[in-house]
Write a protein that binds this ligand. Structure first.
Ligand code: DX5
Ligand code: ZN
Length: 226
């Protein structure tokens, strides 16, 4: 068995919005590594989640990094606000950025880690010319906009393809997977090369969320071949 070096990022989208402080405390005390914060604008995705005032409230109690997934058009408008609201990692969508290189530079200039999310229909090859400018690639394993959707199996192949694309160019790249993650697919995702697993409903819909985090963190998988 390999060491469990992967990170777990519970998605607050599935938390109890009527008692966020309780769920923030759970993540703080659990084996989770990051908070995953989904911000949606109702334009880039057909849903609206919550905005920066709520994120600021989360940041007030969170003792782990905020990994912010911006599902919004023209995210450049909000990068400074996002940083000021407590973000450590700011992830924008490839499909929402006309000048992605400029956006990634702006995120890094703010002192944040720069992330790019790609929709299920977006090829990892499209990141080739900016791969050295990215800290985290978030491979969407569902169509963004909603929690609780079915995992798309093509994700495994995309993780491997991305790792090969980054090899020798950006060996510190973190590959994140977002959508439909459970203990049924976590082992295979890690084996394929994922570094960060986002999980919303699998964690928060359970009667003991911290136990679900622990299970994802300690999932077993066969050692990778060199
Ligand atoms: C979907 C969001 C995800 C979502 C994942 O657009 O980006 O982060 O919260 O939820 P689950 O784990 O329930 O698929
Ligand atoms: Zn997300």
């Amino acid at each position: 068995m390999s060491e469990n070096k992967h990170l777990i990022a519970p998605s607050i989208l599935a938390a109890d919005f009527s008692n966020l402080q309780k769920d923030i405390a759970m993540v703080n005390e659990s084996e989770a590594d990051w908070f995953h914060i989904d911000i949606m604008d109702g334009v880039f995705v057909p849903n609206i989640s919550f905005g920066f005032p709520v994120m600021q409230a989360i940041a007030k109690y969170a003792i782990k990094p905020l990994d912010v997934h911006l599902m919004i058009v023209d995210p450049d408008r909000y990068l400074q606000t996002c940083k000021d609201s407590g973000a450590s990692i700011i992830t924008v969508h490839y499909e929402a950025c006309t000048h992605l290189h400029r956006t990634l530079s702006a995120i890094r200039e703010l002192g944040c880690q720069a992330g790019v999310a790609i929709n299920p229909h977006t090829s990892v090859q499209l990141l080739k010319d900016v791969i050295q400018d990215i800290d985290v690639v978030c491979i969407m394993s569902v169509n963004p906009g909603f929690g609780g959707q079915k995992f798309i199996k093509n994700t495994y192949a995309k993780i491997k393809e991305l790792r090969a694309l980054a090899a020798g160019v950006n060996d510190r790249l973190l590959i994140e997977v977002d959508g439909g993650v459970t203990t049924d697919n976590a082992g295979e995702l890690i084996q394929a090369g994922a570094d960060v697993l986002v999980a919303g409903s699998f964690v928060f819909n359970a009667s003991e969320p911290a136990t679900m985090v622990k299970q994802l963190k300690n999932v077993s998988y066969p050692a990778q071949m060199a």
